[in-house]
Ligand binder design. Structure first.
Ligand SMILES: NC(=O)c1ccc[n+]([C@@H]2O[C@H](COP(=O)([O-])OP(=O)(O)OC[C@H]3O[C@@H](n4cnc5c(N)ncnc54)[C@H](O)[C@@H]3O)[C@@H](O)[C@H]2O)c1
Ligand SMILES: N[C@@H](CCO)C(=O)O
Ligand code: NA
Length: 432
């Protein structure tokens, strides 16, 4: 018996998967019990110049024929189509699928998981969230007997690379983004990274597995890092903090007391003491809190060809072992309906920076607005500067935890005050 593996796409990740399948074939056969045969690699142009020495005869432009002859299909083309049709075709044939395509999964998770169940096949995607880090299998299998309460993580390498370079070297946003693209971290269209969509897709997948449901992108509040300025990063540093793009999914209750799950991606201020503050460059890290396990942290390379290929190969071996022994996969028997709560129902802390006129009563007026909305102030720091128009003050206020809706309406009312020249930034805060 030989298991036929079809590879779709030969870019950063696909080329590394092909290399491992060919170079490690004996070792893999020993680990699985049967050999894997790479039957072909679907590409757009067979004659395109490529790095490495993959045998040319493996390349084909006929992805459908390749899929139809396979036991396991590895989709690493990216994009919604034709990736989606190819995966449905494979699952419909009863072939299992491994993919790293978080954008597609987050857009069509219920449909794709149903197709896998109907086809009696497995759909695994460890590479889709936090690259090389084993995070989905631990959530799906190791923690299957526990109750996860919160998942909090840095899940986009490109934006962490950019924010870290701005913090450490005072680098310019655009220059660091170009470097991240060159290093193979960024998506084909890097807007997906900097606008937070890539992290939002991963947040939807993490939340779906952690809370035994199927969330899609529409259930995820998403704010990227394009609004974060060098001033914001420097202001955070002055306050002993750092800005990270976090994906957060937590079990919570809404104002009416109904349980649900809140999923969000946004730039977040963390104390430098927070373990996630130490996650540098393109590295990722995910915190999981579970009722019985307590706090767990997963850390490693979240992007790049070889690290991501490692996660893909883990899924391929897992499927192949199941096929060779006849053992079933570890997929969820029945997803449960779980309510997704909107951003306004989340509880968080805010850091608000504002420029105000330095005159008597300003602080009291601002503090009064916070009090009226039931938002409690944790710290307020004032820096005075004088210019030709008289005294000016910059205020940085950090709040205690409050309901997002109350925090947002506090900021909206403060913006209207005549003494407030500008609200220069509003960033959410996590941790103590
Ligand atoms: N690069 C990473 O760090 C990383 C990490 C995790 C997940 N992923 C995901 O893995 C997938 C692949 O990422 P990548 O970085 O290797 O991308 P890439 O752009 O380097 O590679 C994709 C390859 O697929 C080919 N392709 C596209 N459409 C095709 C089609 N219709 N037929 C045949 N070939 C086609 C492209 O020509 C390209 O060579 C994406 O879904 C991405 O989101 C990437
Ligand atoms: N573009 C993604 C690749 C890994 O999923 C990132 O920067 O994290
Ligand atoms: Na992973």
């Amino acid at each position: 018996m030989t298991l036929k593996v079809a590879l779709l796409g030969c870019g950063n990740v696909g080329s590394q998967v092909a290399r491992i399948l060919l170079d490690e074939s004996e070792e893999l056969a020993a680990r699985i019990g049967v050999p894997l045969e790479l039957t072909g690699i679907a590409v757009r142009n067979v004659d395109a110049p490529r790095e490495g020495d993959l045998p040319r005869e493996l390349f084909t432009t006929d992805a459908e024929a390749l899929v139809d002859g396979a036991d396991v299909v590895v989709e690493l083309m990216g994009g919604l189509e034709p990736a989606g049709s190819m995966i449905l075709r494979a699952l419909g044939n009863g072939a299992s699928v491994v993919t790293g395509n978080k954008a597609l999964l987050a857009a069509r998770l219920p449909e794709l998981t149903k197709a896998a169940r109907d086809g009696g096949a497995e759909l695994l995607y460890e590479a889709a969230v936090a690259g090389a880090i084993p995070i989905l299998r631990p959530i799906r299998e190791s923690l299957a007997g526990d109750h996860i309460t919160k998942v909090l993580g840095i899940v986009n390498g490109t934006t962490n690379f950019i924010l870290d370079a701005m913090d450490t070297h005072g680098s310019q946003f655009d220059a660091v983004l170009a470097e991240a693209q060159q290093l193979g971290y960024a998506e084909a269209d890097p807007t997906a990274d900097v606008a937070g969509h890539d992290a939002a897709s991963k947040a939807a997948l993490l939340a779906s597995l952690a809370f035994h449901t199927t969330f899609d992108l529409e259930n995820v509040y998403c704010e990227g890092i394009t609004g974060i300025s060098a001033d914001d990063v420097a202001g955070a540093a002055e306050a002993g903090m750092v800005i990270k793009l976090l994906a957060i999914a937590e079990r919570t209750t809404d104002t009416a007391g109904n349980e649900g799950v809140n999923v969000r991606v946004h730039p977040t201020l963390l104390s430098r003491e927070h373990p996630l503050a130490a996650v540098r460059g393109a590295f990722n890290a995910v915190f999981v809190e579970a009722e019985n396990a307590g706090e767990l942290m997963f850390y490693g390379q979240g992007a790049g060809g070889a690290p991501t290929a490692s996660a893909v190969m883990g899924d391929v071996v897992s499927i192949a072992r199941g096929l060779s022994t006849g053992a079933g996969g570890g997929s969820e028997a029945q997803p449960r309906p779980t309510r997704a709560l909107g951003i306004e129902e989340s509880t968080t802390r805010y850091s608000i920076s504002l420029e105000v006129t330095d005159e008597t009563g300003v602080l009291a007026e601002i503090a009064g607005i916070f009090a009226r909305h039931g938002v409690s102030i944790e710290t307020m720091r004032q820096t005075i500067s004088a210019d030709d128009n008289g005294g000016q003050a910059r205020l940085r206020i950090i709040t205690h935890e409050g309901r997002e809706a109350a925090l947002a309406s506090t900021v909206a009312e403060i913006e209207q005050l005549a003494v407030v020249e500008a609200v220069s930034s509003v960033v959410r805060v996590e941790g103590k």
